[in-house]
Ligand binder design. Structure first.
Ligand SMILES: [Zn+2]
Length: 187
């Protein structure tokens, strides 16, 4: 009997702890999208502001202004805004790093911007380069590091020493940039 009671108490504790954890997570999620929350943009925070008069998400000085929508719809708006602004930023980073590879005779890969769960970038043998939309949240050197990394895969389709030697030549700061990406690791 005692063993069963102990078992039940233990279970109740476990359930309560799980509930408390869930509540905390829901609260965090709510706070994350409230007015005044910090939205990372190229490594700097923008302050989120909702405005009933506003139709379209836009940046205004240090603010990201969104239409007034419920908290649970705000992430989609912010990610859409990242998406609407990513292409010229990502393309410019590609244009910065490509000339060397162009001289070697490679074709500029076609850019695809995606929300990816496990990688920051990838390059296919067919010449498609995918960059993670969430690079919009990180300092520009992170984007540059990923772009340089993927371009180096044009030459070496592996992570050999020669690959890293080329990367270190093309973008010497890659280690520090990759460390920043790891800190905000993909979840
Ligand atoms: Zn790689």
């Amino acid at each position: 009997m005692r063993a069963i009671e102990a078992f039940i108490t233990e279970k109740q504790d476990w359930i309560q702890a799980a509930q408390a954890r869930q509540q905390r997570r829901a609260q965090q999620a709510q706070q994350q999208w409230q007015d005044g929350a910090h939205i990372p943009y190229l490594g700097k925070p923008l302050t989120l502001i909702s405005d009933a008069e506003v139709q379209e998400t836009h940046r205004e000085a240090g603010h990201l202004v969104i239409p007034k929508v419920p908290l649970e719809q705000r992430q989609a708006l912010v990610y859409q805004w990242y998406k609407d602004n990513a292409r010229p930023i990502f393309s410019a980073a590609m244009a910065t790093h490509f000339p060397y590879f162009e001289r070697l005779g490679y074709q500029l890969p076609k850019l695809h911007i995606k929300l990816m769960k496990t990688r920051w970038g990838s390059l296919s043998t067919r010449g498609n380069m995918s960059l993670n939309l969430l690079l919009m949240q990180y300092p520009p050197q992170c984007l540059h590091s990923v772009v340089a990394h993927e371009f180096c895969h044009l030459v070496h389709m592996n992570h050999s020493n020669t690959f890293y030697a080329l990367l270190s030549e093309r973008y010497p700061q890659w280690r520090a940039a990759d460390a920043l990406l790891k800190q905000g690791a993909l979840s």
